[in-house]
Each structure stands twice: as structure tokens, then as C-alpha cells.
Design a protein around this ligand. Structure first.
Ligand code: IMP
Ligand code: MG
Length: 187
């Protein structure tokens, strides 16, 4: 799916596929440099981080393993509460391992703060976070994010893994939706 297929549902392209690709190359180089040797397990957070996990991992030149988790955060409306439920747990035992969490977006930061704490409690050797996008509110939560693709304004975005009502995850770019899409779906 591309911008043409979206017709008037697309408000604007915020970050192009080319910009994402270029930034992932830079992040992968940082990761290669920061983990020169030893164990490294990438943990992708389903479903949103799937494209980032695939594209980023292919740009990493050192050996890695990959695993997946799915979590859901309870919240009123569109805001996360920080209370998280595991829908799909890791296959791997992460005790003693070096884990790099791959996320699509950090908004309130509550989901990631919970996830990081959860992995620390399993006795990981180290845990770091890479996120493609970060919104301004994330600054208010005390969670260190080690690698950030792009800092974006406080707008609802779709594409590159991010959905609105499970739609638009397969867009190759990150964009915003036209207002009439929310109004129709919201009623
Ligand atoms: P938080 O950081 O705990 O507030 O939650 C982050 C999660 O909320 C992400 O993993 C997304 O699933 C979802 N989310 C936050 N902002 C957006 C957005 O702009 N578009 C789509 N999903 C979003
Ligand atoms: Mg997510």
C-alpha cells in the first residue's frame, strides 16, 4: 500500500520510506558498534514493531537472535494506563542475556517502562531499547531509551507497523490520517 492507495484518507507523509531506511542504517551501525561481540537477543514487540524488526535486523552485521513478545496495555480511551498484560511471551529464557527491545513508538512510555522492568526481573544481563518513533510525553516517564529513530510531534501516526483500528500497518512510510477517517470510524 502506498500514498496513492490511501486517497484522501492520508493527511500527510511525516517520514518517508527513504528517511526510515536511512535512519535504520545509522541505528544498526550504532548497535554494531555498541555490541562488538557476545550475545545479543532482539525482542520485537508485536504487532507494531514487526517492520522495524525485519528491516533493522537485516542491517545489523553481527550475529543476533530474534524473539517476539505481544503485550496489551489497559487504558481509558486512547491513553495507556501502564497496566500491561502479556498476550504472547518470549520463547527464550532471557536470564543472563543481552536484550535489545525493538519498539515502534513510545508515547506515554508506560508500556516500555513496564516491559523493561519485567525483563530485568527475569535476570537479564543487560536490556536496552530501540524505538523508531518517540512522542514528547515520553520525556515524563523515567525510562531510558537508548536508540531513537525520530522524535515526532504529539500527533496520531500510522504506517510502518503503526495502526489505526488495525489498518495501515503495511504502509512503507509514516503519516497522519485525515480527520474524516476518525470521524467516520469513531461514530
Ligand atoms: P505508551 O508508550 O505506553 O503510551 O504506548 C505505546 C503504544 O501505544 C504503542 O506501542 C502503540 O501501539 C500505541 N500508540 C501510541 N501512539 C500511537 C500512534 O500515534 N499511532 C499508533 N499507535 C500508537
Ligand atoms: Mg507497540
Amino acid at each position: 500500500m502506498d500514498a496513492n492507495d490511501m486517497g484522501d484518507a492520508l493527511e500527510k507523509v511525516l517520514i518517508s520510506a527513504e528517511q526510515i531506511d536511512q535512519r535504520l542504517t545509522e541505528l544498526a551501525a550504532e548497535i554494531d558498534r555498541d555490541y562488538p561481540d557476545g550475545d545479543l537477543l532482539l525482542v520485537g514487540v508485536l504487532k507494531g514493531a514487526a517492520p522495524a524488526m525485519v528491516d533493522l535486523s537485516r542491517k545489523i552485521h553481527r550475529p543476533i537472535e530474534m524473539d517476539w513478545m505481544a503485550v496489551s496495555s489497559y487504558g481509558a480511551g486512547t491513553k495507556t494506563s501502564g497496566v500491561v498484560r502479556i498476550l504472547k511471551d518470549l520463547d527464550a529464557d532471557v536470564h543472563g542475556r543481552n536484550v535489545l527491545i525493538v519498539e515502534d513508538i513510545i508515547d506515554s512510555g508506560l508500556t516500555l517502562a513496564w516491559l523493561k522492568e519485567n525483563l530485568i526481573n527475569r535476570g537479564v544481563n543487560s536490556v536496552r531499547i530501540v524505538t523508531i518513533l518517540r512522542k514528547p510525553d515520553a520525556a515524563q516517564v523515567d525510562v531510558d531509551v537508548d536508540y531513537v529513530g525520530f522524535d515526532i510531534p504529539n500527533e496520531f501516526v500510522i504506517g510502518y507497523g503503526l495502526d489505526y483500528a488495525e489498518q495501515y500497518r503495511h504502509l512503507p512510510f509514516i503519516g497522519t490520517l485525515a480527520r474524516h477517517v476518525y470521524e467516520v470510524e469513531g461514530e
